[in-house]
Design a protein around this ligand. Structure first.
Ligand code: GDP
Length: 313
């Protein structure tokens, strides 16, 4: 199955709701009224898109179509264009649906350093493995740095994945300072001429101050070894946790100054609209989505493709 079809399948429930709703709400040839719009807004909110984004979509419809004769294809075009705009944001991310690495900011020279953060349980370890696999498949030489040293299981799991992928990994004994793992990971990448080093970080939600100090230290040692690094600071979020997860993630996001989101477990939620709500709330581009537990279940998030899948027949 192609990527677009897999995405479409994952979003089937959401798109069915949207499509059916729109078909019985707006009928070709009728005049579009405020009542129609209010009802559509309600249903958008029910798809988990969030109030702010739903209002923006409806506002756009109001501006363009209210009081006019309904032309369903025109209405869809307005909704689609607005979705794309909401999802793209204005960070100037380079989206190329044919290049899975396109949204990543790669170093001009020397290794690219990717820092990955996220609260325990969101799917961080799995997402790192999937991303490593994606890079490996694209011909990049990858080093993993198992920096979540507070969790022996996370280190073991990452080691197992690295063996399966066939990429290098740097680990240290349980409890080692994560910054020292980050340092060694960068060092290994430089020694072996690796293209990318992916650094795992602690996922426990400690006090904000400790977390900040820990991450500051990690940033410092990375910058010392690889000037300009980290080039990407990706935050992993669980798409099934809704608003609560987002609030927790906001703390992380600010501390690591994240450049992008990986939205894991998108296959576990029937409401694909959550991607729009999270994008809007966090103000950071979604770069990848996790759609299953297997190593190749990570997809490039392309706003245009996603909007199409969401409103596809
Ligand atoms: P961590 O604690 O954040 O490192 O989370 P893990 O990577 O260990 O993942 C926690 C659980 O979520 C595991 O059982 C994973 O298999 C599962 N998981 C991770 N990503 C996905 C995904 O995209 N889809 C599904 N269905 N499960 C996932």
């Amino acid at each position: 199955m192609g990527l677009f079809d897999r995405l479409k399948r994952g979003l089937k429930k959401t798109s069915q709701v949207l499509k059916t709703d729109v078909r019985d709400l707006f009928k070709n040839g009728e005049i579009l009224t405020d009542d129609h719009l209010a009802e559509f807004e309600k249903r958008l909110i029910e798809s988990d898109m969030g109030v702010a984004a739903s209002m923006e979509i409806v506002e756009e419809l109001r501006k363009k179509h209210r009081g006019r004769t309904v032309d369903l294809s025109e209405i869809w075009k307005t909704v689609r264009d607005k979705l794309v705009e909401l999802l793209k944001g204005d960070e100037g991310v380079n989206w190329d649906p044919n290049d899975e690495l396109s949204p990543l900011n790669m170093a001009q020279q020397g290794p690219t350093v990717i820092l990955v953060a996220g609260v325990n349980g969101v799917g961080k370890t799995t997402s790192i493995a999937k991303l490593a696999n994606l890079l490996h498949q694209a011909g990049k030489k990858v080093v993993l740095a198992a920096g979540d040293t507070f969790r022996a299981a996370a280190v073991e799991q990452l080691t197992m994945w690295s063996e399966r992928i066939g990429c290098d990994i740097v680990t240290k004994p349980s409890g080692t300072d994560p910054a020292s793992v980050a340092f060694s990971g960068c060092e290994r990448a430089l020694e072996t001429g690796a293209d990318v080093v992916i650094i795992d970080t602690a996922g426990r939600l400690q006090t904000q101050k400790n977390l900040m100090l820990e991450l500051e230290k990690i940033y410092r040692v990375i910058g010392k070894k690889v000037p300009g690094g980290p080039h990407e600071s990706l935050l992993v979020l669980d798409a099934t946790t809704g608003q609560n997860g987002v609030n927790q993630a906001e703390v992380f996001s600010e501390i690591i100054d994240s450049t992008g989101l990986i939205l894991a477990k998108l296959d576990g939620t029937a409401k694909g609209g959550i991607v729009i709500a999270i994008r809007k709330k966090m103000g950071i581009p979604v770069k990848y989505v996790g759609v299953g537990e297997q190593i190749d279940d990570l997809q490039l998030f392309d706003p245009e493709q996603f909007a199409d899948a969401l409103i596809a027949e």
